[in-house]
Ligand binder design. Structure first.
Ligand code: ARG
Length: 468
C-alpha cells in the first residue's frame, strides 16, 4: 500500500528507514485520544461547512469501527504507516472509502499528535494524583495507628541527622513528613495539569490553516478550557511534558527516600521493620536471605524518571521552531515515566500497608542511647545556664558515660550534679524519651498533640480533596 505522503516519492523507502522512523510500537497507546480528536475535528469541519454533515458522520462511524477493532485486538497495525495517526487514517479509508480522506482537511499530524498527547497526559495526571492520594491514605492510617491511645503507647524511634541518632521522635511524626511531601506532589501535578489543559488542535502544520475552522469548538468538544494562542507554539511546545517529568521526578525522590529507609530499617542492624513476604524475595544461594527488592527497585527506578526528564530537556535544547521529528522522542520518555511512577506508587502503598513495625526494638533504640542529650542541655538552659555552656556541660557528661559504658539516665544524681549543681531530682523525668518527645511541642514538632494536629489537618485535606 502506498504511503499517506507518497505522492512526491518515486521509490519505496527502505525497510531500515521504516523501522527507524516508526513510532507505532509505542504511540499505539494514544489510539483512544487520537480517535476522539478525529471525531471532534470531523464534526467541527461539518459544522463549519467544510465537509458535509453526512461525510462527518460516515467518518465518525468508521472511527467507531476502528475503536472496536483496536479494543478487540483485531486492528491490522502496519509498521510501514509509521505511527498510530496514519494507521488509523489509512484504515478509515479502507473501511469507508475515499471520504475517509477528508478527515485530514485543515489538520496536520503536528497538531494531531500534540492534541493526542495533551489529552493523554491530562488523563494520566488524574490517575497519578489518585495513586498519590492512595499512598497518602496509607501513610495517614499508619501514622494514626502508631500515635497511641488509652491502650497502647505511641511508638517512639530515634530521629536521625547524618544518619546518627539525634533526638527521639514519634514514628508517626516521621511518617507524616511523607504525607506533606506527597501533598506538595499533588499540588505540582495539578498545576502542571492546568497548563496541559490547552488545545493545540487547529494549529495545522505550523502556521494555521486556510479553512474557516473553529478551534474553540474542538477544544470544547475535547474538554479543553483554552486553546494555544500561537500556532507555532502549539505544535512546538513540550513544556507541559517537561513539567510532568519534573513533578514525577519529585514524586520519585520522595518514594526513593522512603524506600531507602525501609531498606535500612529492614537490616539486622536496625531491625525496626519487616516488609511483608509479598514485597520481598529470597536469594538463590543464601537460604536465610529475605531481600526488600520492591523497596530497592522503587529506589532504583527513580533513576529512570530523572533520565527521562534529562533526556527530554536535551531533545528540546536548541531545537528551532516548529515541528521536527526530534519531537517524536518525547513519547517513550513520557510513557515510561508515567508507567514507572504509577507502578512505584502502587508498590509503595502496598508495602507500607503491610509493613510490620517492631515497636519494642524502635523504642529500645531511644532508651539505650544519647538522643536525650539535647534535653539535658535544654533542662540546664531553662534553669538559666546559657545554652552554649549547657551544651559543653552535657558534652562532658556524655564523654564520662562513654568512658564508663553507660548512658545519661544511668548516672546517679550526685554523679550528674558533679557536672552542674543546677541538676536536681527532676532531671530523670526531663530526659526520659517520652518527655523528650512530649516537650517538643512547638508548632510542627514531634509532641503527640502536635502530631495529632498534623493528622487532623491531613484528614481534612483528604476529605476535601476533590476527585482527581
Ligand atoms: N509520530 C509523529 C510524532 O510522534 C507524529 C507527527 C509527525 N509529523 C511529521 N511531520 N512527520 O511526533
Amino acid at each position: 500500500m502506498t504511503k499517506a505522503w507518497g505522492g512526491r516519492f518515486s521509490e519505496r523507502g527502505g525497510q531500515e528507514a521504516v523501522n527507524f522512523t516508526a513510532s507505532l510500537p509505542f504511540d499505539r497507546r494514544l489510539y483512544v485520544e487520537d480517535l476522539e480528536g478525529s471525531v471532534a475535528h470531523a464534526r467541527m469541519l461539518a459544522k463549519q461547512g467544510i465537509i458535509e454533515a453526512a461525510e462527518a458522520e460516515a467518518i465518525a462511524a468508521g472511527l467507531k469501527l476502528i475503536k472496536d477493532e483496536i479494543d478487540g485486538g483485531r486492528f491490522p497495525f502496519r509498521l510501514e504507516h509509521e505511527d498510530i495517526h496514519l494507521n488509523i487514517e489509512r484504515r478509515l479509508i479502507e473501511l469507508i472509502g475515499p471520504v475517509g480522506g477528508k478527515l485530514h482537511t485543515a489538520r496536520s499530524r503536528n497538531d494531531q499528535v500534540a492534541v493526542d498527547m495533551h489529552l493523554y497526559l491530562k488523563r494520566q495526571i488524574g490517575e497519578v494524583i489518585s495513586l498519590v492520594r492512595g499512598l497518602q491514605r496509607v501513610v495517614l492510617r499508619r501514622a494514626e495507628e502508631h500515635l497511641g491511645d488509652g491502650g497502647s503507647p505511641a511508638t517512639l524511634m530515634p530521629g536521625y541527622t547524618h544518619l546518627q541518632r539525634a533526638q527521639p521522635i514519634l514514628f508517626s511524626q516521621h511518617l507524616m513528613a511523607y504525607f506533606f511531601m506527597l501533598q506538595r506532589d499533588c499540588g505540582r501535578l495539578k498545576d502542571c495539569r492546568r497548563r496541559t489543559d490547552v488545545s493545540p488542535l487547529g494549529a495545522g502544520a505550523l502556521a494555521g490553516t486556510t479553512f474557516p475552522i473553529d478551534r474553540q469548538a474542538t477544544a470544547q468538544a475535547l474538554g479543553f478550557p483554552a486553546v494555544y494562542e500561537n500556532s507555532l507554539d502549539a505544535v512546538s511546545d513540550r513544556d507541559y511534558l517537561v513539567e510532568f517529568l519534573a513533578a514525577a521526578s519529585l514524586v520519585m525522590v520522595h518514594l526513593s527516600r522512603l524506600a531507602e529507609e525501609l531498606v535500612l530499617w529492614s537490616t539486622a542492624e536496625f531491625g525496626f521493620v519487616e516488609v511483608d513476604d509479598a514485597y520481598a524475595t529470597g536469594s538463590s544461594i543464601m537460604p536465610q536471605k529475605k531481600n526488600p527488592d520492591v523497596a530497592e527497585l522503587v529506589r532504583g527506578k527513580a533513576g529512570r524518571v530523572y533520565g527521562s526528564l534529562m533526556g527530554l530537556l536535551t531533545v528540546l535544547k536548541g531545537l528551532p521552531l516548529a515541528y521536527h521529528s526530534d519531537l517524536q522522542e518525547d513519547k517513550e520518555r513520557t510513557f515510561d515515566a508515567i508507567d514507572t511512577v504509577k507502578a512505584s506508587l502502587r508498590a509503595t502503598a502496598g508495602m507500607l500497608e503491610s509493613l510490620r513495625v517492631d515497636r519494642d526494638r524502635m523504642s529500645r533504640a531511644v532508651r539505650q542511647d544519647f538522643s536525650n542529650a539535647t534535653d539535658l542541655a535544654d533542662y540546664l538552659a531553662k534553669k538559666g545556664l546559657p545554652f552554649r555552656e549547657a551544651h559543653e556541660v552535657v558534652g562532658r557528661a556524655v564523654a564520662a558515660c562513654l568512658a564508663r559504658g553507660c548512658y545519661l539516665v544511668d548516672l546517679r544524681l550526685d554523679e550528674l550534679r558533679a557536672f552542674s549543681a543546677l541538676i536536681e531530682g527532676d532531671v530523670y523525668e526531663a530526659i526520659s524519651p517520652e518527655q523528650c518527645v512530649a516537650a517538643r511541642s512547638s508548632r510542627g514538632g514531634t509532641a503527640p498533640e502536635q502530631v495529632r494536629l498534623q493528622i487532623s489537618l491531613a484528614q481534612a485535606i483528604m476529605e476535601s480533596a476533590q476527585a482527581p
